[in-house]
Ligand binder design. Structure first.
Ligand code: FPP
Length: 252
C-alpha cells in the first residue's frame, strides 16, 4: 500500500512491496542528466557526475531487494554524436566509477557485466570493464549490465551474423533464422527479458534500447531527472509494476 499526502506526493515509508514479486530484471534509461545540470546553471558533465551518485543508490537498492539483473543504459551507439569533451567526461566517469566502486560491489556479491561493443571504447575503459567482469563473474548476487556503445538494432544484426557464422563454422548452410537463433546470440543470452523498463526525465521513447528483449516488458515513465531519482522512486516503479496484469498475449 502507499498513500498520497496533501501535496499528492508519495510517502515513501508507506510503500509496501510484495517481496515475492520483485522483478527479476529491471532496465533503466538513465535520462535527464543534461537538463538537471542546466536547471542548476551547471555544465552538462556535472549532471552525469550527479547521475553516478544515483547509480550507486539504485544498484545498492536493487541488490538489497533481490533483483537479479539490472541493466543501465550508459552510452548508446548514437551517443558518439555528442561533443568530444562530453564523451571524454563520460568515459572518465565510467573508469572512476569502476575503480571507486569495485570493492563495494564485489563485497556485495555483484557481477559487473557489460553489454554492447566495448572494443570501440577507449582502451582504459575496455580494460577496466574486462577486469571488473573477470574478477566478479563468479559472484552470485545482482548482475549489473552496463550498456555501453549499445544499440538494439546493432545487437539484433550482430546476433543474426553470429548465428550465421556459427552455422558456417559447423559446415552448415543456414537459409533461415529462428527466434531461438537470435536469442542464443544476443548480448543478453541466458538472461530473462526485462520485466520493467524505467525511463525518467519525462521522455517516453525507447531510444534503441533492448529492442528485441522488450517485447513484453512493462514501461514506466517519470518526470524526475536521473540525478534526482531516488530509492523511493524505484520503489514506486516496482509497486506500479506489481499492480499490473501481465498476460503476455494470453487471457486470464
Ligand atoms: C542521458 O542523459 C545520459 C547519458 C547519455 C549518460 C548516462 C551516464 C551516466 C549516468 C554516468 C556514466 C556511466 C557509468 C556507468 C558510470 P542526457 O545527457 O541525454 O540528458 P538530457 O536529455 O537532459 O540532455
Amino acid at each position: 500500500m502507499f498513500f498520497f499526502n496533501k501535496k499528492n506526493k508519495i510517502q515513501e515509508d508507506t510503500i509496501n512491496l510484495d517481496k515475492k514479486r520483485i522483478p527479476k530484471h529491471i532496465a533503466i534509461i538513465m535520462d535527464g542528466n543534461g537538463r538537471w545540470a542546466k536547471s542548476k546553471g551547471l555544465p552538462r558533465t556535472m549532471g552525469h557526475k550527479a547521475g553516478v551518485e544515483t547509480i550507486r543508490e539504485i544498484v545498492k537498492e536493487c541488490n538489497a531487494l533481490g533483483v537479479k539483473y539490472l541493466t543501465l543504459y550508459a552510452f548508446s551507439t548514437e551517443n558518439w554524436k555528442r561533443p568530444k569533451d562530453e564523451i571524454d567526461a563520460l568515459m572518465n566517469l565510467l573508469v572512476t566509477y569502476l575503480r571507486q566502486e569495485f570493492n563495494e560491489l564485489n563485497k556485495n556479491n555483484v557481477v559487473i557485466n557489460n553489454i554492447g561493443d566495448i572494443t570501440m571504447l577507449p582502451k582504459k575503459c575496455e580494460n577496466e570493464l574486462k577486469d571488473a567482469y573477470e574478477k566478479t563473474k563468479n559472484n552470485t548476487g545482482l548482475i549489473l549490465n552496463l550498456a555501453l556503445n549499445y544499440g538494439g538494432r546493432r545487437e539484433i544484426i550482430d546476433a543474426i551474423n553470429s548465428a550465421l557464422n556459427e552455422a558456417k563454422n559447423n559446415g552448415v548452410i543456414k537459409y533461415s533464422i529462428t527466434e531461438e537463433d537470435i536469442e542464443k546470440h544476443l548480448y543478453t543470452k541466458g538472461m530473462p527479458d526485462p520485466d520493467i523498463i524505467i525511463r525518467p526525465s519525462g521522455e517516453q521513447r525507447l531510444s534503441n534500447f533492448l529492442l528485441w528483449q522488450c517485447a513484453y516488458s512493462e514501461f514506466w515513465y517519470s518526470d524526475i531527472n536521473w540525478p534526482d531519482f531516488k530509492k523511493k522512486n524505484l520503489h514506486k516503479a516496482i509497486y506500479d509494476y506489481q499492480c499490473r496484469d501481465r498476460r503476455f498475449g494470453g487471457i486470464k
